[in-house]
Design a protein around this ligand. Structure first.
Ligand code: ATP
Ligand code: LTN
Length: 334
């Protein structure tokens, strides 16, 4: 237990989890519990950088936790918790804000992307979002951070902040590494396959949710945008739609791209899209059924959140105390 490496990651309760979140992140988490000490959060503090409906935000974390567990995260083996339940995240975040440069945050792709798409709410939280993420990671001395490709830049910034802090105060923070899957690190929207599939961008019907009904999943895949050729071939540059479907199919079936190409040689796109849809339906069926069962027992889910927050707070507060001491804050007299 003591010598296990530490893993930490999180997902925002900014909407229902998508096929992209599952393939890029969640799917890879369940297998890590025996080898690593794993912390997985529901990052509600990050979610409020975009306006959330309070009644929905009160429900989504329960649905998300049910899906974490249904995807194989055993609460006995993983620390599952809500970010806002562990006060140290906000506390360390403020400190790290003072060790992060305006220029660094201005260069973050996610900030540039989200601020250009939502010009009426470019709030300071959206700008300092990666600092809170750095606090999440550094509080637990995480070695590895399993995320999709879009989060690589944030993990790199976390390292830069940690190196800067350690350069002034000595070895306080461990430097984390991103842990990004080889296939499926960036699943694209089925309608606009040049954009990432994203849970806060579900309006065009190109987004598949883990809890979607089988008929809705099939409809999304049948309508998926492809190209004017007819061959199933991996080429992200010229065939983004087909290449995206191939990645999804590869993850669901474990088949290599070359095997998929020969399997659909001479067959039309219609056939291929139907098969991919069916593979996703089967992938999500047990997860949906298990999530529904778990959701019926709110008291159990609450008990998981309680235990998770207690365990996480213990580790996080140790790091926070060390940081406060290093920077010269006076300890509260007992
Ligand atoms: P939002 O639209 O609110 O920004 P999101 O759909 O991008 O949310 P997050 O909560 O930001 O989802 O991401 C959770 C995790 O899933 C992250 O590790 C992220 O990299 C990964 N992820 C999200 N979408 C995809 C995707 N389309 N392909 C691969 N990984 C993804
Ligand atoms: N920014 C991440 C979510 C997130 C996260 C983290 C991921 C918040 N804190 C810490 C890994 C480690 C996103 O997916 N948008």
């Amino acid at each position: 237990m003591e010598n296990k490496k530490i893993i930490l990651s999180g997902i925002q309760p900014s909407g229902a989890m998508t096929l992209g979140t599952y393939i890029g992140a969640l799917r890879n988490w369940a297998s890590l519990a025996d080898e690593y000490d794993c912390y997985y959060m529901i990052v509600d503090m990050h979610a409020i950088v975009a306006r959330q409906v309070p009644a929905t935000l009160r429900k989504t974390p329960f649905e998300q936790l049910a899906q974490y567990i249904a995807c194989g995260l055993d609460p006995e083996k993983n620390t599952l918790f809500i970010q806002s339940h562990v006060l140290a995240h906000a506390q360390l975040s403020w400190v790290l804000n003072c060790y992060t440069m305006f220029g660094e945050l201005s260069r973050m792709t996610q900030f540039k992307d989200k601020s250009s798409r939502n010009e009426e709410n470019i709030n300071a939280g959206l700008f300092t979002y990666p600092v809170l993420q750095a606090a999440d990671i550094l509080l637990y001395n995480a070695d590895l951070v399993p995320v999709g490709a879009d989060q690589k830049q944030h993990v790199e910034l976390t390292r830069d902040i940690a190196v800067r802090f350690n350069g002034i105060y000595g070895d306080v923070f461990k430097l984390p590494e991103p842990y990004i899957p080889k296939v499926g690190a960036r699943i694209m929207d089925l309608q606009t396959p040049i954009n990432k599939m994203s849970k806060s961008d579900i309006a065009d019907g190109g987004c598949v949710l883990i809890l979607d009904k089988p008929e809705d999943i099939m409809r999304s895949f049948k309508r998926a945008v492809t190209d004017s050729e007819t061959s199933v071939r991996f080429d992200t540059e010229n065939k983004p739609g087909i290449s995206n479907l191939m990645q999804i199919y590869s993850v669901c079936t474990g088949k290599e791209f070359s095997t998929i190409e020969s399997e659909f040689d001479g067959k039309g796109y219609g056939d291929f899209k139907k098969q991919v849809g069916e593979a996703v339906v089967e992938l999500f069926r047990p997860i949906r059924e298990e999530s529904e069962k778990l959701l019926a027992d709110k008291a159990y889910l609450e008990s998981v959140f309680k235990a998770g927050a207690e365990k996480a707070s213990y580790s996080a507060n140790k790091t926070l105390r060390k940081v406060y001491k290093k920077i010269g804050f006076i300890e509260k007299p007992r």
